[in-house]
Design a protein around this ligand. Sequence first.
Ligand code: BTN
Length: 256
Amino acid sequence: MPTWFKEECLGSTNIFLREKIRAGEVSTAVVWAREQTDGRGRLGRSWLSPKGGLFLSLSFKVTEVSNASFFSAVVGIVTAELLREKYGVNVSLKWPNDLVVVDERGEERKLGGILAEYIADAPRGPHVLVGLGMNVNVSVSLTEGDASLTPTALCEHREGSVDLDLLVTLLAERVLEGWALLADGNRSTSSWLLRWKELSCTLGRRVQIQMHKNNLTGVARDLSPDLALLLEDDYGHIHEVHTGDCVHLRGVQTDS
Ligand code: BTN
């Protein structure tokens, strides 16, 4: 049974949960806060987190050095599938970790993002910790410093406000179920890979990967078995990209 924390306000649900895992206090756990004062995004950015958004972190004990990116892929997949099925919002996955919705003008906009951590040195053994942040009943600029997509919120794509308690419960159930299957090997990583590809709005697109020192431009052809982006540059060379900001370039949609 997971340990649940439902909090009015935390600095960051990821940091809160990381500290509990490092202290050996919890293992499989779910932390939900209605508001964060020090939310963290990818690449050291801050994540603006006012009331009305969804701020959720989940952790899971893993038996060996695991690829944390698969655990975060499961969060993206089940979130997109749930929002499509139960909330009627056509959410797609943008590599590596963004939830995206296309607005009425055909513009891709960022609904949420995922931040995964691997904690190797916990007293109860190694854990993965994945945080999900999403604009639900409030629309704000999500990350400071990431200009690649303008933000949107779930409430802009459906009638009425969303019951956050229900959404969090459904999401946590599905994520933990997916993680248990992943850990048991009952559902092989290749089937999650396939689901990710079906929900992707990155594959087949001309993209620019902005990395620490340089940028790489080309067509996002595929994902490697460990979720790296396989990018074909203008000379036909394939690059395996593991991290960076991915910008979808306008106007060019190619066949994959
Ligand atoms: C991104 O940069 O796109 C990922 C953002 C992840 C934000 C979530 S909100 C819940 C959890 N707590 C944090 O401090 N960050 C993650």
